[in-house]
Design a protein around this ligand. Structure first.
Ligand SMILES: Nc1ncnc2c1ncn2[C@@H]1O[C@H](COP(=O)(O)OP(=O)(O)OP(=O)(O)O)[C@@H](O)[C@H]1O
Ligand SMILES: [Mg+2]
Length: 318
């Protein structure tokens, strides 16, 4: 059974349609990325998944339970850090966890053992009896995850959890998510950073302007993205218009001689070449494109200039 299912979900606020036609499924043991530029609708979607906002249309199910109609059962399987992790800074990490374990209804007999387990899991064992105000942002974030794990949820839902973390904090966080997934939990995590999602997730949905424009395994995304080709031709204008006539988009790439760049999947390359030959375009060479995952994300989201800069920085750091 899928851990999370969204079917035709839409959210309207006032007269504005914020997200629409959302279709996603998250399977057991997978880290699922929800990638999109600022304002795409990630937080709006996550608020609906964790029961903080009501979908205008469609259904959201967690472990088969509808978040609207079977709320208690659905939410019992979700662990989340909503907005900023709510921690009491003047209490120790452990005191915070005790507080949340009580709220989560863990019985007193099991509470301490479960707290020790999550503390160990998120790597805070040596520091858990210090006051939270002395924690770094990364430690606070991990404490938040620990809190979300107390009731052994099937699905962890996190909205841009790596925002503000430095590269080593990001790496620790990624490793933590991977270990959770290896343990059989599913993670639904949003980000506007392509590099983050690429390193952390098994699958990704790309959201743009409130719609999912792609949902793929990250490995396929990378393979397909690197399937873009650079084709050396004499007459780039003729080549591009021949392809445009077939609705294949291409752009001029004259970094080293005259050529076009065509962002297609590998299995579409032969057709591109056939179209060029049919249009009498002389081909001087065909090369596999590189650096193209970022190109592809940009092309998909189009207006994602800021995200691309951030993704580039992160991949250099990581
Ligand atoms: N309560 C609201 N009333 C009106 N518009 C809203 C409301 N909440 C969100 N929006 C709008 O919906 C769109 C999506 O917002 P949302 O916060 O879901 O995006 P996001 O993908 O989380 O962006 P970011 O990366 O900046 O966090 C934005 O244009 C936002 O202005
Ligand atoms: Mg947001």
């Amino acid at each position: 059974m899928s851990v999370l299912t969204l079917e035709n979900v839409a959210k309207k606020i006032g007269s504005r349609l914020i997200v629409e036609n959302l279709e996603m499924t998250v399977e057991p043991g997978e880290v699922y990325g929800f990638l999109g530029p600022n304002g795409a609708g990630k937080t709006t979607t996550i608020r609906m998944i964790v029961g903080l906002a009501k979908p205008t249309r469609g259904s959201i199910k967690v472990m088969g339970h509808d978040v609207q109609h079977d709320r208690r059962a659905a939410l019992a399987s979700i662990g989340t850090i909503v907005e900023n992790p709510e921690t009491y800074k003047y209490l120790t990490g452990r005191e915070n966890l005790v507080h949340y374990a009580r709220l989560a209804g863990l019985d007193a007999g099991r509470r301490n053992q479960r707290i020790d387990e999550v503390v160990d899991f998120v790597g805070l064992t040596g520091r858990i009896d210090e006051k939270v105000k002395r924690y770094s942002l990364g430690m606070r974030q991990r404490l938040g995850v620990g809190q979300a794990l107390l009731a052994k949820p099937k699905l962890l839902v996190l909205d841009e959890p790596t925002n503000g973390l430095d590269p080593s904090g990001m790496r620790e966080f990624r490793e933590l998510m991977r270990r959770l997934a290896d343990d059989g939990m599913s993670v639904f995590v949003s980000s506007h950073l392509l590099g983050e999602i690429q390193m952390m997730c098994d699958r990704v949905a790309i959201l743009k302007g409130g719609r999912i424009i792609a949902e793929e395994r990250v490995a396929d995304l990378i393979e397909n993205a690197s399937g873009g080709v650079r084709i050396a031709v004499q007459d780039t204008e003729a080549a591009m218009s021949a392809l445009a006539a077939q609705s294949i988009s291409a752009h001029s790439d004259s970094a080293a001689g005259s050529a076009i760049r065509v962002m297609v999947k590998r299995d579409e390359v032969p057709n591109v070449i056939r179209q060029l030959v049919a249009a009498d375009v002389d081909i001087y060479g065909v090369e596999q494109g590189r650096d193209s995952l970022e190109d592809m994300f940009l092309q998909l989201t189009d207006d994602g200039a800021a995200s691309a800069v951030a993704a580039g920085e992160e991949s250099r750091n990581g």
